[in-house]
Design a protein around this ligand. Sequence first.
Ligand SMILES: C[S@@+](CC[C@H](N)C(=O)[O-])C[C@H]1O[C@@H](n2cnc3c(N)ncnc32)[C@H](O)[C@@H]1O
Length: 254
Amino acid sequence: MSEKHYDINYLQNSRRLLVNLKEASYTYFNNINTGSIVDLGCGAGKDVIELAKIVGKDAKVIGIDHDPVMVNQGNEDAKNISNVEFILSEAYPLPFADATIAGFRTERVVQHLKEPQKVVDEIYRILKPGSPFVIIETDWHSLTFYTPFVEVQKKINSYLTDAKINNGFAARKLTGYLKHSEFNDIKLEIHPFVLSTLDEANQYLWVEKMATEAAENDYIANNEYKQFYTALQQADDEGYFACSINLVVVTCIK
Ligand SMILES: C[S@@+](CC[C@H](N)C(=O)[O-])C[C@H]1O[C@@H](n2cnc3c(N)ncnc32)[C@H](O)[C@@H]1O
């Protein structure tokens, strides 16, 4: 299937869009003064570094990612920061003993997992009782364009949720995973984002790439791709481009 829908540059761009949501997610951990907080699938580690600034001075933030390029960048950026560590690891198993971790965060990662329930159970295993767990996920099925080519847009949505992304409906399943693992106090927030230029949509969501891949993978015909993308460009030229997507935040306590 197709290549990844992110790289370090994509994560930096999308950070500009999501920065308020990210900062709000750090506040669940700001009363933690000792112990370790984990950010799973931390990418190049910017959230790890920012989170480390707001936790107590004896607390440490550990970024985990299975991509050495991401972990190397995190280590480089954090080389002078004492309460940050990066570990190259898969999401399962996690390299921690039972009930040893004081808080857990994971953003835009559950969508990539082949066995998400197993990973959520693993997070439950390593968290201390009473510790917070925060998940941010992209609801790819909510991606909508202001376009009359609705059938093409539906097929692009199907390409994303059914083929491109391992767990394309992850955002809709989060509360179910948490209930199954017996987390408590589960809360859900939906955050809609609206992009009003094609340039933004391409920077933050890689729209042209997703439509091109949908055509390459026979989810849409080449003429449908051309009609759809030309209509988006025309809407953009005329000042009425609009694209929206929801981010889901789920919080809970072990
Ligand atoms: C879309 S990026 C999100 C990065 C970061 N959380 C952020 O919001 O900027 C997904 C990250 O999860 C990592 N990842 C995906 N599957 C993983 C797995 N099974 N184990 C560990 N890391 C994983 C990828 O390498 C990538 O860095």
